[in-house]
Design a protein. Structure first.
Length: 321
């Protein structure tokens, strides 16, 4: 009998958890030939999420949980869940039901019968999402695909089912600054994409503000492209050329018309503009330097405070690098 491990990151999801478990239980009943384990990763929740996970673990042995010492982020939760997964196949899924569990039987059929290593999902529509958020998401995918050799599918979700070999390849990339959408594509393997219409949250509120999405997009850009560094170099060269021609213009103007002093307001504006460009380019370099700095510190990606295995008396690793 095949075993499917399902990794479910949770951060303050006490409202969504019971709904998700009911829906997922229906799917597991529809797949009697498959053994399941649900790995819930509590990402430092401050509500009753952890207690709900402990209750689920007591009533259903298929439910396991990992609990972080603080909020390390969804990427760390995904990594921790993948490390803990023991199944022949591993799925990653959100707890808010925006990743429809009803797609799982079809995903399993495809990976069994059609010789794919992974079955991933993408949203075909963004119905119900704020327009500004949709616009920014669309712009991000266009931008990163124009500068990166690793293509990231527009509308891609973290919801996917993978064979063990692909999971091991993903775990082999133990970098501190993680961007799973890019990592899944970078490792390769044959992937089939399933489309579905956008689904709203079943309960609770989204934890992804525009600010968090912006910084998450920076992780993707700096993690899978060095084009911004090249851009900074190109901008520097262009401004050197412009400065050379401007010097020539000033010399010619002074020789022909004299009056070398006029134009100081425009000169001040140019100085401010060029200084801004310099700081912008320095900021780009700083982003890459900061990522390198964090990688060299070799801090753990997450730290466990509690887990279902620990409560059962088994040994468990407290930190993962």
């Amino acid at each position: 009998m095949s075993r499917i491990s399902i990794v479910v990151p949770c951060f303050n999801e006490e409202e969504a958890l019971p709904v998700y478990y009911r829906e997922m239980s229906k799917i597991m009943e529809r797949m009697p030939d498959v053994e399941f384990e649900l790995i819930f990763v509590d990402d430092g929740s401050s509500d009753g999420t952890l207690q709900l996970l402990k209750d689920l673990n007591k009533t259903d042995i298929r439910c396991r949980y990992l609990s972080f010492s603080r909020n390390f982020g969804k990427e760390a939760a995904l990594y921790a869940g993948l490390r803990s997964a023991q199944g022949d196949y591993v799925a990653t899924m959100d707890v808010d039901l925006q990743d429809p569990p009803g797609l799982l039987p079809e995903m399993y059929r495809i990976i069994q019968e059609e010789n794919y290593d992974s079955v991933a999902t993408r949203r075909s529509t963004r119905t119900g999402e704020p327009r500004i958020r949709s616009f920014l998401s669309e712009s991000f995918y266009k931008f990163i695909n124009s500068i990166s050799k690793t293509e990231i599918v527009n509308g891609a979700r973290d919801y996917r089912l993978m064979k063990r070999k692909m999971v091991d390849a993903v775990l082999g990339m133990s970098e501190y600054n993680r961007f799973s959408k890019g990592i899944f594509e970078w490792v390769g393997f044959r992937t089939k994409w399933l489309e579905f219409q956008n689904v709203g949250r079943c309960a609770g509120e989204t934890k992804w503000s525009v600010k968090k999405l912006f910084f998450y997009s920076l992780e993707g850009i700096t993690g899978f492209s060095v084009a911004p560094l090249s851009l900074a170099s190109v901008v520097g060269v262009v401004f050197c050329i412009l400065a050379f021609f401007m010097i020539l213009m000033i010399i010619i103007r002074t020789v022909i018309w004299g009056d070398p002093v006029s134009g100081w307001p425009s000169l001040a504006c140019i100085i401010f503009f060029v200084s801004g460009i310099q700081l912008f380019c320095t900021g780009i370099v700083g982003q890459y330097l900061s990522k390198t700095y964090l990688e060299t510190k070799h801090r753990p990606i997450f730290i466990l405070k509690d887990s279902s295995e620990e409560n059962e008396g088994g040994s468990h690793e407290k930190a993962s690098v």
